[in-house]
Design a protein around this ligand. Sequence first.
Ligand code: C2E
Ligand code: MG
Ligand code: MG
Length: 776
Amino acid sequence: MHPLRIILAVLVVGFVTAASYISFLLYDRYAALDQAGLWNVTWMFTQAPSEFSRLEHRVSGYAAGLPGVDENEVRLRFDIVVSRLSTLNGREASVFLGQSPLSVATLQELGAALVQVEPMLDDLGEPGKPAEILSVLEPIFPKLARLSVDANTWNSANLNRDRRALFDLQWAFTGVAFGLIGGGCLLVGMLLFHNRLLGRAQDVLRQKEQSLVIQNARFDAALQAMSVGLCLLDHEDTLIVYNARFLELFSLDASRDWEGTHISDALEGHLSGGDIFADTAADGESSDDITILSSRVQHMPNGVVLRVSREKTIEGGWVCTFEDITERQRAQDRVVQMARHDALTGMANRLYFWERTAQALRQNKDAGRGLAVLYLDLDRFKEVNDTLGHQVGDELLRDVAARIMSTVDPRDIVARLGGDEFAILHVSKGDAEESCRRLAARLLTVIGEPYLIFGHEVSVSTSIGIALAFDTDLHPDTLMKNADLALYNVKAEGRAAYRFFSMRMLEDLQHRRNLDIDMRQGIELGQFEVHYQPLVLLKTGKIVAGEALLRWRHPERGLVPPGEFIHIAEETGFINKLGEWVLQRACRDALQWPDDISVSVNLSPMQFRDSNLVKSVAAALVQSGLNPSRLELEITESVLLQKNDANLEALRQLKSLGLTIALDDFGTGYSSLSYLQRFPFDKIKIDQSFVRDVDRWPDSLPILQSIASLGKNLGMKTTAEGVETAAQLEIITNAGFIEAQGYYFSRPVPFTDFVALIEVPETDTASRITAFPRPA
Ligand code: C2E
Ligand code: MG
Ligand code: MG
């Protein structure tokens, strides 16, 4: 049993015993009081009548001469009565007398009688004296008896009242005592309840303590297993808690207890090169010891990069974490490098070049240096790529990059913008234009020198567009666009040169843009028409085909030849729509001609970029109902240059539709005979430049002859374009060409004129041809 409970039980028992004992004592006192009350006043008054009667008895006895009764005896009895009277007049009886005026009168009567009797006692022996005395005393006795009864009555009434009061008192006490006992019991109950509560609280506390211990162990395990270094500092920056990673990161001795060590002492001496948090001041906080920990990224002297973060604790200390982000930082650096650099050459990329240009333009405002952007584009790089493979192409790009780097000023920024495009941000000290001119000329020479790549000797030229930052408020986009536009002009004007940007180029650009808009509207408004030029079979002089040649009947400019707008349509991609329109028109028109006359339609290389080409050709045939064998498509060599395999595949699919394919303008482009080998063309159309010069420049003749015989050997028809004179007709006829086309027979004419032309009796056309000697 709990000691506290024993003490409480003892106390309660003692309490009950004490209360019972007090109750008993009270009862005892009550009895004693009862006894004493009976004896006191009542007794005093009850004695008075008997003592008075004895006096009377002695006086009468003395008169009667009773033996033993003498004068002394009478006096004695008289004195007793006197004494009784004085007692009754004393303090003890005063309470009773105060309430009974009759009794006071009786006592006064008694006193008066005694005063009257006393002198008579001296003469007691005289006869008649006793009788005289008795007569005085006689009336008093009944009154005294009555007094005695009154005293008795009063006393007992008094006693009764006191007893009741005592009784009430006892009950009150008992009540109080039981109240106390009850209170005590309640107290004990409460104490017991309190005890139980305490016990329960203790259990909960014990459980909490246990879970706290477990939690602590877990926390410690987690802390130690953390990949992040962690330390907890108190308000004086001394170490309270730290984990293994923290020690490891700062190469701190793990066997030593670092608790209580100041953070700066702990980290000092384990770091070379001074304060690793030196660059923290940038945070703008005061430079107390701990402030140094607020930095976000710290480069340690050993190359490790830490991300440090800290948080204030409620006690005024810090929780600091240290994360090793070396690898992440490296990866990030790599990403940044990749995002800003070209993977193939390691040069800046377009984005970075733009940033540097923008930066240079800003700085240029103050410095006033000459700033220029040079755009470089390798000429016919695609051919290298397509003929020698991508590996050679990549290597060539790397070599070109290296040559550019070795040519430019170290301050210049060089970038590869993509493909075979390079850009240079050139900073010149003196005359900017002159400096650019020199640099561009040097670049043309250096890049133009042959390369030896994987055993192949490769030659490549470059075109350069230059834009000078003439305006200090120039936007980098504008500067770069200007350089690009200058480059475009170089390319359009024949490549392997440099051009400075000029406002005229911008106007041209605007012109081209307007033309593009006009063209798009023109097709909707029906401004385009197709003219046809006959192709004549030399052997018979018969028209065997008509070449569809596009014309634009412009409301202001009149009839615009294709040379003025086709290249723009090719640039903008509008050629696809235009080409499709020509194809459909030509197929429909040809349907009106005799079955033995075919129609020839020119396809732009750009149309081969459209994956729907084959479909739209097939659709044109189906929609018109023209026999595919009457359709001939003319392509140029450049179709085979670009996207080699895909284009070859498209050509094969086209041919599988049942139509024929002619190689147009042969001899002007790359003129690789391998093209003739790679695709089985049905016809070769030699470019009109060879025919044009043949009268004046006889050297063309062997070329014409060999192409004619090449076609013969390869089983391909040969057509000579641009036949304007009888002499030319004779030469190409003698050279062995199968067909001819040119102003000599007819210019390209509108559809109706062409129909009229083919309706002319054969002899007329033939007579024109037969006028010239033909080979036997
Ligand atoms: P091309 O396919 O070589 O067409 C022959 C061009 O030579 C035509 O010029 C024709 O008028 C011209 N020509 C024919 N005979 C003679 C001659 O005896 N002397 C001279 N000096 N020229 C002659 P055109 O119509 O101006 O067409 C030029 C080029 O435009 C065409 O060359 C062709 O490449 C292209 N072209 C024409 N129409 C279309 C078309 O519908 N689509 C595509 N993609 N290109 C077209
Ligand atoms: Mg043609
Ligand atoms: Mg041609």
